[in-house]
Design a protein around this ligand. Structure first.
Ligand SMILES: [Zn+2]
Length: 321
């Protein structure tokens, strides 16, 4: 059998001059030996996974160990040296800062390792770190959360994806984390986005194309006071009477609907509604709309945008991840 490789600092066989002597060796699946302190592992494992390991009595001196380490017990673990190194760093209190680095790249492996060794405190730390990365990497976090069985983190990450276009449909967005989950999770995310988009469109339509709004005082619903060719149209009579708002408003609300279809969120609705520059050619030809539309669009935004948010929130709260 070839000699085992030695782990990097601080788990190498040769300790720092003032290091407390290590009393246990963990051997990784790729045959790397990590010199550790049993007490640290016991304290890190709430289930006491390492509690019953017999170790030799510590030397009386607390200074450096000899060059030749004592005959320490060796535990074979199933984790690779890469994962074991990161897991052990998390076990040592002064090392927890490392997690701000590239942890997403290996977090699913570290999390499973911590879970299998009963290290719930470290699992909680990793869950918190994963959640904190949602705004930066929503698709990566969504996939990781699904693969680790964390539905609420998956829900939060899926909700965050709504703030941008659907990268699942781009055909060019490929990330390693997609390989960690079955296609059903990606289909579920796609379906979630579609349901949110449908709900947002309903909210937009409720303010923009629902007819028979007699008494509505927005200028686009008025049939009087407009320049020729502008203003609402009314057809039918009695209970069959139907209002259609000014053409420029119909086109504008269609753009708002397109925006929330692609990006189902309040921000997209507000941005699209208040960007009425495409309406200028038509609005500019009508003195009534030219004077009133900007102010009234703000009023509309104050009602429509919260409704979009509420419709999406209902889907978010009830979707099963
Ligand atoms: Zn007009």
């Amino acid at each position: 059998m070839s000699p085992s490789e030695r782990a990097p600092s601080p788990f190498a066989a040769d300790p720092a001059p003032d290091a407390w002597p290590r009393d246990l060796i963990l051997r990784s699946s790729d045959d790397v030996e990590f010199y550790v302190h049993k007490a640290v592992l016991v304290l890190s494992s709430e289930t006491g996974a390492f509690r019953d390991i017999a170790v030799p009595a510590l030397p009386a001196s607390t200074t450096a160990a000899t060059d030749a380490p004592p005959d320490l017990p060796v535990i074979q673990v199933k984790e690779s040296s890469l994962v074991l190194y990161r897991l052990l760093l998390l076990c040592y209190p002064k090392r927890k800062g490392f997690i701000t680095g590239d942890v997403l790249e290996h977090i699913h492996l570290i999390y499973r390792a911590a879970h299998s060794h009963g290290m719930e405190g470290i699992c909680e730390l990793l869950r918190s770190n994963l959640f904190a990365r949602i705004s930066d990497e929503p698709y990566r976090v969504y996939s990781l959360a699904c693969s680790l069985g964390l539905p609420e983190t998956a829900r939060a990450a899926a909700t965050e994806t709504l703030k941008g276009p659907n990268l699942l449909l781009s055909g060019e967005y490929e990330i390693f984390e997609f390989t960690l989950v079955t296609g059903s999770y990606l289909i579920a995310l796609n379906r979630f986005r579609t349901q949110c988009a449908d709900a947002a469109c309903i909210a937009v339509d409720n303010h923009g194309v629902i007819v028979n709004l007699e008494g509505e005082d927005h200028c686009w619903w008025s049939t009087k006071g407009h320049s020729r060719g502008c203003g609402a149209m009314v057809t039918g009579a009695g209970t069959d009477k139907v209002w259609r708002p000014a053409i420029w408003f119909q086109e504008h609300i269609a753009r708002v609907r397109d925006a929330v279809r692609k990006t189902p969120c309040r921000e997209a609705a507000a941005t699209a509604l208040m960007d009425y520059t495409p309406c200028f050619p038509l609005i500019g030809g009508c003195s009534l709309c030219n004077a009133d539309a900007p102010r009234q669009l703000v009023r509309l935004a104050n009602k429509l945008v919260p409704d979009v948010g509420a419709q999406i929130r209902f889907i978010v709260d009830h979707y099963r991840f």
